[in-house]
Design a protein around this ligand. Structure first.
Ligand code: ATP
Length: 337
């Protein structure tokens, strides 16, 4: 694999709240995504996963969410890297949907209910690939066939409300992949679907990824899904990346106490793959971002907490071994048992 196609460095995002100080939703997140690689971002609710994705896509709610610092260098084929976080809106819109596209949990909110499926796929192709309406309509039918929908010639004339949840998610994937993006950002894309359809959609995504060679950032709470799709896991906690490792290494020997608890019910990579497990509920709460604790933000919930060590200063993300980063001052001691 060549160098990363996306390098996120020290991404920080805040949200304005009426009158009070800004809410630091993401604090200095850094990670890379290699060409053709699938990186899963996991962590409890409010850890900053979706906000990270939204920031990369330039889709933070206008007037509320702000990227306050950081870089996200995105390398398109044969071109110099562009910093996604510094792009003017127009340039971002040209990249979004063409070079980087996205699939979200609820296709109903992303699909336009008053346009046919065919019109919505064609729209993307006409805007980004400059196809004529006739070419785009033909391509729309081809894309619907590729995402495994039967009778694509009929489905182009349907409206989103006429399709099942699984079919709508396939349509979203067809739209997302119509322009053969280099990077797909998928935020809980199968959560709303039943288990059988989930498995079909994941298999579909993996098949299309192998064929098209795109990279995927996959946000999910389901560790079984992670084991199935990911090459690498980025664990987020309280707005920060706390562990980043190849999937097998992360699941078999997590180093950060948070990941150890999170993957506690996960005996091995192979077992997770077999059981399709969701993340366990862990005692305590992710801290309110306006009142994060001093030192390591996980220390109030950590079984390995040492007063004076863990609550003094914020640990940085350090390299524990090749390709494996962890944010914990005590990881070596803890690993020794
Ligand atoms: N529109 C918003 N206004 C204010 N704060 C927000 C907004 N969106 C997100 N946040 C804050 O940003 C932080 C990170 O939220 P984010 O949605 O990224 O979490 P997440 O890890 O994706 O959670 P989940 O798994 O529940 O989707 C949270 O503290 C949340 O309250």
């Amino acid at each position: 694999m060549s160098g990363p196609i996306l390098s996120v460095r020290k991404l920080a995002v805040t949200f304005a709240q009426g009158g009070g100080p800004d809410i630091p939703a993401v604090e200095g997140a850094s990670f890379d995504v290699g060409a053709g690689e699938t990186v899963a971002i996991v962590g409890e609710s409010s850890s900053g996963k979706s906000v990270t994705a939204m920031a990369l896509l330039g889709l933070l709610p206008a007037g509320a969410g702000t990227v306050v610092s950081g870089q996200a260098l995105f390398r398109r084929d044969g071109e110099n890297a562009v910093d996604l976080l510094a792009l003017p809106d127009r340039a971002m819109r040209a990249i979004r949907g063409r070079d980087i596209s996205m699939v979200f949990q609820d296709p109903m909110t992303s699909l336009n209910p008053v346009l046919t499926i065919g019109e919505q796929i064609a729209e993307v192709l006409m805007t980004h690939d400059g196809l004529t309406r006739r070419q785009a309509q033909a391509m729309a039918i081809e894309m619907l066939a590729r995402v495994g929908l039967r009778d694509p010639g009929q489905i182009v004339a349907h409206y989103p409300g006429q399709l099942s949840g699984g079919m709508r998610q396939r349509v979203m994937i067809a739209i997302a992949l119509a322009c053969r993006p280099r990077l797909l950002i998928a935020d809980e894309p199968t959560t709303a679907l039943d288990v059988t359809v989930q498995a079909q959609i994941l298999a579909l995504l993996r098949g299309l990824q192998a064929e098209m060679g795109m990279a995927i950032i996959f946000i999910t709470h389901n560790i079984g899904v992670v084991a199935q799709v990911a090459d690498r896991i980025v664990v987020m906690y309280s707005g920060q990346v706390v562990e980043n490792a190849p999937v097998r290494d992360a699941l078999d020997s997590p180093l950060m106490p948070y990941s150890r608890v999170l993957f506690r019910t996960v005996p091995t990579y192979d077992a997770v793959l077999a059981r399709r497990q969701r993340l366990p509920t862990i005692p305590g709460h992710v801290p309110d971002p306006r009142h994060r604790p001093q030192g390591c933000t996980f220390h109030p919930r950590c079984a390995h907490f040492r007063p004076g060590v863990c609550d003094g200063f914020r640990p940085s993300l350090e390299s524990a071994r090749s390709g494996h980063e962890v944010r914990c001052v005590r990881w070596e001691e803890i690993a020794r048992g």
